[in-house]
Design a protein. Sequence first.
Length: 192
Amino acid sequence: MMDAPQGDQVKQEAIMAAAMAVMCQYGFRRTSMEDIARAAGMSRPALYQHFRNKEDIARRMVDVYFETAAKAVAEVLAEDGPVADLLARAFAAKTGPLLREMLESPHGADLLDLKDSHARDEVAAGTARLTGVFAAWLAREVQRGRVVLEGTPEETAALILGALDGIKQPPFEQFEVQRARLARLLARGLTE
């Protein structure tokens, strides 16, 4: 039998998945708590037991995204392989399936803008965490003699993540092509 915290976590994950689906369908601004509750199969009062408002849901979704992305990227970068392959796989791990859902939505740009409004602090903290993961990898690769940096590992990691964020645009298929191209270009620059 599940204990309450684990049960709450499962419910919150279901709510966030429902919220993402509804937000992709209607956009953030047009999505109501009633829409989210209906999609999650619960009453609005039950939804309010887990989240204060849709901004609270958005912030938690951003937190979960960055937690998941940081773990997935760290796992990829802990492996051995060609720098270009590791970067390509780390980029795919960072963007994950959530970005596909967002970029394929007619409201993708609206949802990507959440980082500049409702979840600014969460994005800053998550980006710092991911920067640390990439910086640690770059420092290890420098020690191994596999890459050469023009700045510190932290500066280079921030530049890499900034470049990856800069190409996030619909359609998703184009983003995938650009993401792979960016990994190859960056790997070439890091290994020459």
